[in-house]
Design a binder for this molecule. Sequence first.
Ligand code: TYD
Length: 207
Amino acid sequence: MAGLFITFEGPEGAGKTTQVELLGQALANRQPVLVREPGGNELGERIREIVLTGTLELDAEAEMYLFMAARKQLIAEVIAPALAGGQIVVADRYHDSTLAYQGGARGVPTTWPPTFPRPDVTFLLSVPVEKGLERLAEAGKQPDRLERESIEFHLRVAAAYERLAAAEPNRFARLDAAGSRDHIHIAVMARLQPLLDRLDKTAVPPG
Ligand code: TYD
């Protein structure tokens, strides 16, 4: 039995985390598994410290492998067992982040490892780069290593996301993040409804 794998992607300040929370609440009766990357387990949290808050100088490809190592551990411990058990998994960033940040913006050659499950749907929250960075600054949070990169870097991230979405129109749902959080949430639920209906049909009835 396969569950449903939903991921949220986008450049900085697009409001992914808010949408993951709203979706988690909307699906609460189905007990979805919510994960964020990097993190969500011990290895992921340790790697998060190295790649996001640490001061180590990292080679770009080494940085990519760290993100991917964290991801593989999360897949093994959480994502794959949940999907195999028919559950819904919602991820705040996943492998498309690596394709956009390390691939598109840093120029590292990237691939999709065959052992990384493909999401059923990926929501790309699209926001003008300047606006996203402004939102971050307003939130007053200490910027992490990636957030401190130049505006050109973030423009390359956004352009890479657009290319990924254009290349896989069936998997990606691109949503304009300039709308209100409630409007975006309604669009997310509309896109998911047929997938939720299908999940209900394949679910084994209790007892
Ligand atoms: P983000 O998702 O914005 O989380 P938070 O709200 O905790 O800041 O931060 C994660 C950062 O890591 C973001 O700048 C994108 C970057 N990142 C990569 O560069 N590659 C990856 O594969 C992933 C998962 C994240």
